[in-house]
Design a protein around this ligand. Structure first.
Ligand code: CU
Length: 488
């Protein structure tokens, strides 16, 4: 059999050619793609790729690919390109199944579902077939999943999935935005006074417990949770997979966030700031998988939005260390506060319980949850004012929580002062180094505080002999305080 040439999606998400064929490379990590001109037209291909796992194995997978540039170069992305659409904007999509030599009866497509049913669904496409459809402009602001609806859930789990974000209609500043479009702006626009999500966003940067800045639309990440059973990937290369067999016998060995695991999911190329560098005034922009930042990196006082979706067959419990998070929206619906006369949520529905403050949140298959990571000073970090002024070296060990963290259990940070230093932090002041070699009161440099996000679903951390650095994990880093003049 002739060996087919597939574009490879590397462990870090970049698309490169698997076998050299003289074609131009793809592969960048730049950002800021808008659909051509002002039109919200989009051409999406269904392709075969080799998806590189964290251990270097290459797995046959499927991926949506966006067509870019004059030459309409096919750029696969796994997850598919994250589409940012302006509220009210319809999007015309041309979808083509570019696979060839597929088993008879195999077809693929594109659909967006929500809790009430089907928002859009393409025709099923056999190889080399093409179709057009329109994503309606009636979607409420929020987070949606698009997926292969034919022969579910096989196509979706094997790579044919992506996220559609509807951004509220507003006039946005360009990155780096310094102000929200309007005061109290939320990812859902302005909700009514008294709405719990509205109240939370109104409090950001204006209250004692949320010092710093309001939420800026560029400060958001997408976390797509998925699992991979390589046996089915191998099978999919030449066989039509029975969905019943798939669901009964699926035994995941890899667990991914945005198609990556471990180190590759943790690293962030932004070096200091989590953001999407897109112009939300455009009708449609998109990010490729290689451009999806996962790490939460910001200063204390720069709250971050996390859009979570689960496209696989497993349940996950992302746990953010350092801060708890606020559940903002479940399955696209902002959390309302609707209690009955007894103080219970109407219909027993947790979506009526207002904004929840949680340590971990559960992602069932198909779930969509938006959460806010407030980026407040982690409560286990001492501030200068609550440390005794006359600490001895021995007493200092009592306060060594931060020292332990900084020793590198998770992510060693480079510090010229060594690994055992303890710092006291106080809003508006330079951090102070407090350790035996540096008497309390000496002024130090703020070095980054590193924490993990990992899933509390244990096999996602330990499968295939892996451990945390191989599993479903990402990185959280506090790079300073709002108002310090460090450009970290
Ligand atoms: Cu944890």
């Amino acid at each position: 059999m002739k060996r087919r040439e597939f574009i490879r999606i590397t462990a870090s998400g970049l698309a490169i050619l698997a076998l050299s064929s003289g074609l131009g490379p793809i592969f960048r990590r730049s950002e800021a793609h808008a659909a051509s001109g002002d039109a919200a037209d989009f051409a999406l291909d269904i392709t075969e790729v080799q998806h590189e796992m964290v251990d270097g194995k290459l797995l046959y997978s499927w991926a949506y690919a966006v067509k870019e540039g004059e030459a309409q170069v096919q750029v696969p992305s796994l997850p598919g390109p994250t589409l940012f659409v302006r509220q009210g904007q319809k999007v015309d999509v041309t979808l083509t199944n570019t696979m060839s030599n597929r088993p008879s009866g195999e077809a693929h497509g594109f659909a967006i579902f929500d809790e009430t049913g089907t928002i859009v669904q393409s025709e099923p496409l056999g190889e080399a077939q093409s179709t057009k459809f329109t994503i309606p402009g009636t979607l409420a602001p929020g987070t949606y999943v698009y997926e292969d609806w034919v022969n579910p859930p096989v196509g979706r789990v094997l790579g044919l999935h992506g996220v559609l974000v509807v951004m509220p209609a507003a006039t946005y500043q360009l990155y780096p935005d310094t102000e929200p479009p309007v005061e109290g702006f939320t990812p859902y626009g302005l909700l009514g006074a008294g709405h719990p999500v509205q109240q939370l966003f109104g409090d950001l940067g204006t209250t004692h417990h949320f010092p710093g800045e309001p939420w800026l639309p560029s400060r958001q990440v997408i976390w797509v949770f998925n699992e991979i059973d390589p046996i089915f990937n191998a099978m999919a290369m030449n066989h039509l997979i029975d969905p019943g067999d798939f669901q009964r016998n699926f035994l995941p060995q890899y667990f991914t966030v945005n198609g990556r695991s471990g180190y590759f999911a943790a690293m962030d190329h932004s070096h200091a700031t989590t953001h999407v560098h897109l112009d939300f005034n455009q009708p449609l922009s998109y990010l490729l998988s290689s451009e999806l930042e996962m790490a939460l990196e910001a200063k204390v006082g720069q709250p971050l939005l996390i859009r979570n979706v689960a496209v696989g067959l497993d349940t996950h419990s992302p746990h953010t260390h350092a801060n708890h998070s606020y559940i903002l929206a479940v399955d696209g619906k902002p959390q309302g506060l609707n209690l009955d006369a007894n103080g219970f949520p109407v219909n027993g529905n947790p979506s009526n319980l207002g904004v929840w403050w949680v340590d971990t949140w559960t992602m069932l298959p198909g779930d969509r949850k938006d959460v806010l990571y407030p980026m407040i000073l982690p409560p286990d970090i001492p501030t200068a004012e609550n440390l005794p002024a006359d600490l001895t070296a021995a007493e200092l060990l009592v306060y060594d929580t931060w020292a332990k963290l900084k020793k590198g259990a998770w992510h060693p940070t480079l510090n010229p002062e060594g690994s055992q230093e303890l710092m006291a932090l106080e809003q508006g002041k330079d951090p102070q180094i407090l350790n035996p070699a540096h008497p309390p009161g000496a002024t130090g440099e703020f070095t980054h505080l590193g924490y993990p996000m990992h899933s509390h679903q244990e096999i996602s951390q330990t499968a295939a002999g892996g451990n945390y650095p191989m599993g479903q994990i990402s990185h959280i880093e506090f790079t300073g305080f709002v108002g310090d003049d460090h450009d970290h």
